[in-house]
Design a protein around this ligand. Structure first.
Ligand SMILES: [Zn+2]
Length: 422
């Protein structure tokens, strides 16, 4: 175990040297006996965190129903040594491990899953592979926070930076980043946070530095409704929605900046032989550019108007009319974290230190909010590997999961170092 860990260090060091990155900070870290001891300890005794991850994953956390998991996490933070752990007004779990200085770094993962309450969340284990809805997204992030806390406590690490551990609510879907919006805009921590890390899923090489902006709408078309045969000739909301969908689905969008749209859900109606009174659809539009997204949104809203107007005109003789309500149900702003920031450098160097060359990308995550406010933020992967997020066959393989925790420890310590250089 120990020798393997040491070889890992050497590989990382050699790799880092040839990539001509500033290895000094890495060497300084690896010459610290407390760091080496902590690295060895987490590698030798990772097994309890697998059990813990399973336990977290098996506490249901459907959209808007994260309370049970939040309380579970709060208690785990308290057991881990943070007595001030509590649930805030939005439902986030908040646990402060004070540093000796002024700066505050948030280390977060999201509590919620995309899975409705009736989903079977039992975890199936085969060798090092775990399968269950939510086991990756984001049970990995949540257990990583607890493992990091243990490593910090057991090793007696004192940081200069205040470490604010946060389990956020409402990251997925219609949650619309509710928890992190509250944290940055309304909570007592608003204005006090210097940098933000979200651990979301697995893969210690992944660093999200850009935020994809998104707008989501629920479009509801309503009319008088009636018998499909007896009332034929009146306006039909489903037909209008079909028009809207046809217009929307044929919009051209740029591939650079990448801009996308999708109709995710449709519904409504009463029965096969009834002209519906109400039908609806939910759409998701995204872009790496605020301007391109605004342009798409404008054309989407025009498609909504046109589609309804067509049906109203076509059925004008009936004297009936449809109304439509496009309601904004999601609004995530875009932003970017500079690669010169102390946070990015700490994330990248710590990734290299455990043997991974970082790969940067753009995504829609909790980091959108701080990024949009100009606060350095990254979303990173925890240790191990996984796939199938948001699908029932979602899986996670905890081989080398300890590397994720080693990386987090290194990142926190390097953040202290790099912040002082700036
Ligand atoms: Zn996630």
């Amino acid at each position: 175990m120990i020798r393997a860990a040491f070889q890992g260090f050497l590989t990382a060091l050699v790799g880092a040297f040839f990539l001509s990155v500033p290895v000094q900070a890495q060497e300084d870290l690896l010459s610290r006996s407390d760091v080496v001891r902590a690295f060895e300890r987490i590698e030798a005794s990772y097994a309890p965190y697998v059990d813990l991850q399973i336990a977290i994953s098996e506490v249901p956390a459907p959209p808007f129903g994260e309370t049970e998991r939040a309380l579970f996490m709060r208690d785990l933070f308290r057991e881990g040594g943070i007595e001030n752990a509590h649930i805030d007004d939005a439902g986030n779990v908040i646990a402060l491990r004070p540093g000796t200085g002024e700066k505050t770094l948030v280390l977060s993962a999201h509590l919620d899953t995309v899975w409705p309450i009736e989903t079977d969340v039992a975890v199936h284990r085969e060798g090092t592979r775990l399968t269950a809805p939510g086991i990756l997204d984001d049970a990995v992030g949540l257990v990583s926070l607890l493992a990091l806390l243990d490593v910090l406590e057991e090793g007696g690490f004192e940081t200069e930076t205040n470490l604010l551990f946060v389990g956020t609510v409402g990251e997925e879907g219609l949650g619309d980043l509710k928890g992190v919006k509250h944290l940055f805009r309304e909570s007592p921590w608003a204005g006090q946070i210097d940098a933000f890390v979200s651990i979301d899923g697995a893969g210690p090489a992944r660093i999200v530095t850009g935020a994809t902006a998104s707008k989501r709408y629920r479009v509801t078309v309503t009319g008088p409704g009636g018998h499909s045969y007896g009332a034929f000739g009146i306006v039909n909301p489903a037909h209008a929605l079909g028009n809207i969908m046809a217009h929307f689905a044929s919009l051209a969008v740029p591939s650079d900046p990448k801009t996308t749209y999708s109709i995710g859900r449709i519904g409504g109606g009463t029965s096969v032989n009834t002209i519906p009174q109400e039908v609806w659809m939910e759409v998701d539009m995204r872009s790496t550019s605020n301007e391109a997204l605004a342009d798409l949104e404008e054309r989407f809203l025009a498609a909504v108007k046109t589609g309804v107007a067509q049906e109203n005109t076509f059925r004008k003789a009936s004297g009936t009319e449809l109304s439509v309500d496009p309601k904004l149900i999601g609004d995530r702003p875009t932003g970017q974290t500079a690669e010169t920031s102390a946070l990015y450098r700490a994330a990248a160097e710590s990734s290299r230190l455990v043997g991974f060359e970082p790969s940067t990308g753009t995504s829609s995550t909790d980091s959108n909010i701080p990024m949009s406010m100009g606060i350095p933020a990254v979303t990173i992967g925890g240790g191990g590997s996984g796939g199938g997020a948001h699908r029932p066959e979602e899986w996670y393989d905890f081989r080398d999961a300890h590397l994720g925790v080693q990386r987090l420890l290194a990142m926190v310590l390097l953040f202290d170092t790099f912040s002082n250089e700036q």
